[in-house]
Design a protein around this ligand. Structure first.
Ligand code: BG6
Length: 465
């Protein structure tokens, strides 16, 4: 008998349920697969100690080997949509020119198998992974890479457009900017704000050129960019804290959201960059490309909010993000103790309403949300992981998403990070996110409690709580 205090959260007809992952985090490298070296492969070869447990990008979740049986698990876990990415370094090993025939065969077979399961397929072109030879040519600081990306994108649309339902230009393009050019977390580990701004601008231009190429290849093809639209909440109502939050939002959210959806950069961002002599090299023709090629819809990744406060001192000689705003560690915040990240479900509602009110109520999907858990094997009981905490995490975010949809926000689906536990950049397999456990020793895949629950969620198109 159902509890009368329970509420039913029913989602609109046709709402999509699924998960997201990426090529570099799942495929692995197999002898004779013809894959070229990416920036991650190269970095691991010179500094393996920077990777958790020294597990590098060649040892990802063996999808290249097991894709046929992995894809069979999509239906067992209720997927009506699935997202992954093509590795540029697998398809075009030297970044430009020759195409790897093995890669064409692999991606065509994998994509066809997903379609045969009746699952909608969304494919991303870039998930932090640049062919290393292009890094040597200057990476994203160079316009040459922008045009190499455009050519790569066109190749993908032509080779796989018949199998892909929707495309993504970039996943979280702010992350390589912040981690690779401001924070020394990702290769090339530079700390240089001027270079960071150029990288961000060039990436946006590349994204807009891919939108153009997609629509030119086939007028029906739909394409988006995936942004981590983490709202920036100020510590207090003071003028200084509010200004810091506004700048944080300009740098970390609006720098890609506005040009991608509205076709132009916010005036306030341009004036801050001008004031600090940070404007990138640009041309009026490039701004026209950005203006003319807006995305058809938006993917949104949301894990945790950004809480900020005014910086201690004003901008110093060497500008960094901390010259403009500082992180705020809010006392009493709700936390995921297994990953250390704040849990703030209302953030997803705020994102939905922001898109409705300020971005023409553009169609959007939650393309990532999820809960990383360190040491998850301790929750194994009766042979599988009893991850009630993940079910609760998803439910609580869905309640806020449901509220946003009721409020008129145009959200069409929810995709969890992730399908099968996957390798994650510097953290390797430390934080498990999947609906399905991966046994690293045996390569066995075991559905978690959340995987069975997710199937019910999808079949019922909602849940009670
Ligand atoms: C997302 C990325 O932001 O975070 C994924 O798009 C990544 O690629 C995920 O794996 C989780 O990150 P982490 O560091 O907790 O493993």
């Amino acid at each position: 008998m159902s509890d009368i205090t329970e509420k039913i959260y029913q989602f609109p007809d046709g709402f999509l349920w699924g998960s997201s992952t990426s090529g570099p985090q799942t495929e692995g490298i197999v002898e004779g697969d013809g894959k070229g070296m990416s920036n991650w492969d190269y970095w691991y070869s010179i500094e393996p100690e920077r990777f958790y447990a020294e597990i590098g990008p060649e040892n990802t979740s063996t999808f290249y080997k097991h894709y046929k049986s992995d894809i069979k698990l999509l239906n067992d876990t209720g997927h009506t949509v699935f997202r992954t990415s093509i590795q540029w370094s697998r398809l075009i090993p030297s970044g430009k020119g020759n195409i790897n025939q093995e890669a064409i065969q692999f991606y065509r077979e994998a994509f066809s198998a997903i379609k045969e399961e009746g699952v909608k397929l969304i494919v991303n072109l870039y998930h932090f992974d640049l062919p290393y030879c292009l890094q040597e040519l200057g990476g994203w600081e160079s316009k040459e890479i922008v045009y190499a990306f455009e050519a790569y994108a066109k190749t993908c649309f032509e080779l796989f457009g018949d199998l892909v339902d929707s495309w993504i230009t970039f996943n979280e393009p702010i992350v390589p900017v912040e981690c690779g050019y401001l924070g020394n977390y990702h290769y090339p580990c530079k700390v240089d704000m001027k270079a960071a701004v150029q990288v961000a601008y060039n990436t946006q231009l590349a994204s807009s050129l891919a939108v153009k190429a997609c629509h030119e290849t086939h007028s029906d093809y739909k394409i988006c960019v995936v942004l981590n639209l983490t709202p920036a909440y100020p510590r207090s109502d003071s003028k200084e804290d509010k200004k810091a939050a506004k700048i944080a939002e300009l740098f970390q959210t609006k720098s890609f959201l506005d040009p991608s959806v509205l076709g132009y950069y916010p005036e306030e961002l341009i004036s801050i960059l001008k004031e600090h002599d940070l404007l990138p090299q640009w041309t009026p023709e490039e701004l026209d490309i950005i203006n003319d090629n807006k995305v058809d819809f938006l993917g949104v990744n949301y894990y945790q909010p950004l809480r900020v406060q005014a910086p201690d001192e004003g901008p110093k000689d060497k500008l960094t993000l901390e010259s403009f705003f500082a992180p705020y560690d809010m006392p009493g915040k709700k936390i995921n103790p297994h990953r250390g990240w704040e849990i703030y479900e209302k953030g997803i509602y705020d994102i939905g309403m922001n898109l409705k009110e300020n971005y023409g109520n553009i169609e959007w999907l939650v393309t990532e949300n999820g809960m990383g858990v360190e040491g998850e094997e301790k929750f194994r009981e009766n042979g599988f992981i009893q991850d009630d905490y993940r079910i609760e995490f998803i439910q609580d975010h869905l309640i806020e998403l449901h509220r946003a949809i009721q409020g008129g926000s145009n959200c069409k689906g929810y995709m969890l990070w992730t399908f099968i536990d996957c390798w994650s950049w510097l953290n390797a397999y430390k934080n498990r996110y999947g609906l399905i456990e991966l046994d690293l020793e045996t390569e066995e895949r075991i559905i978690k409690k959340s995987g069975y629950w997710f199937k019910e969620l999808s079949q019922n198109n909602g849940f009670r709580k």
